[in-house]
Design a protein around this ligand. Sequence first.
Ligand SMILES: *Cc1c(COP(=O)(O)O)cnc(C)c1O
Length: 420
Amino acid sequence: MRNELLKEYSPYLEFKNGTLHFDGVNLKKLAEELGTPLYVYSANHIRDQIRAYKEAFPDALIAYAVKANFNLGVIKIAAEEGCGADTVSGGEIYRAIKGGIPANKIVYAGVGKTDEELNYALEQDILMFNTESEMEIEVLNELAGKKGKKARIAVRVNPDVDPKTHPKIATGMKKSKFGIDINKAFEVYKWASQLPNIEVVGIHCHIGSQLLDLSPFGEAVEKVVNLYNKLRAEGIEIKYIDIGGGLGIKYKPEDKVPTPKDLADIVLPKLKGVDAQLILEPGRSIAGNGGLLLTQVQFLKQKEEKLFVMVDAGFNDLLRPAMYGSYHHIVAVEEKPKTIRCDIVGPICETGDILGEDREICEVNRKDYLAILSAGAYGFVMSSHYNMRPRAAEVIVENGEYRITRPREDWDYILWKETV
Ligand SMILES: *Cc1c(COP(=O)(O)O)cnc(C)c1O
């Protein structure tokens, strides 16, 4: 029963002889060996997700959104599977290239790109700048000119659809800071296509994240195709249609999640007759359930109202519960016949440092381990040093073996170059 639910998170997650395993690795042994908090990523899970996209969209470029999980080992897996990268900063372009993704498969979005970042991206000759304002296009034109280059751009259009997700991760609505209103985009394209150092090649949109209902995708793609047709009639040739990422994943046990194939069934019919390469930018749906966070129980405390389980991971390690009120399923690494009801809380000196509220888990004691599921995306990448806490180590598991891809930090690492 328990294993059946786990399989819905990842086929590589299961209890064997009463102990939780991920991609063949015993998580209790792993935690004992490497310490906690520890981010664990399953290479096979990540590969399977990418392959599901490639099967559903055989002709598309799958540009993995590295902001979801920018660990070099994870990027390398994406590179091995033939992915490009969707990036949102110069540093992410740098990482993507270090991880083995060819520059000519990298797209670059973001509302506040600096000159330094734009110059770096121009030098690397990336596939496409997903531009977010007219001023950005002007600056890019100027910077490209100085280098004697032409910058390939898409305009990120804001299709004004409601993605029906958490307001903090909805990006395609009128009032959001992202993109250019789709009704205005046609004029912007006409203007940009006249600039000497700009080559207009694409249309980009990204409407939000953790989408469980796919109808907003359909709406957005329809609007993008209308724009594509209008531009074509004007003689502006569009080579790439980039529809962003956003496919949701399972967080709660009751969540029913769409697959890349479901997305293809909505999107591909609308692109019939469109002579442009499709680009997708999935992040969460590639890495999210490919990762979990292992943490150790430090203390238990029974207060009048509830039982608190204090663990060694806090919102400096996993921000999503505190930031978005997100649910992450939590399971004890060892199965026990008895269960307890408790709040699972971190060590950070903030009341909001709650990882799981009012949860039923197998009975645990001091030094036992818990696994926080669905932590492979927007997990480690959002971690901080708050309360002077070194960031967790990251390890990749694959077919019963593991490799440390980022060692645990220590206090001196945090003090790097700092002086009194
Ligand atoms: C964050 C982001 C993505 C990835 O979104 P997911 O929901 O993780 O798939 C893709 N494209 C852009 C422009 C983004 O900002």
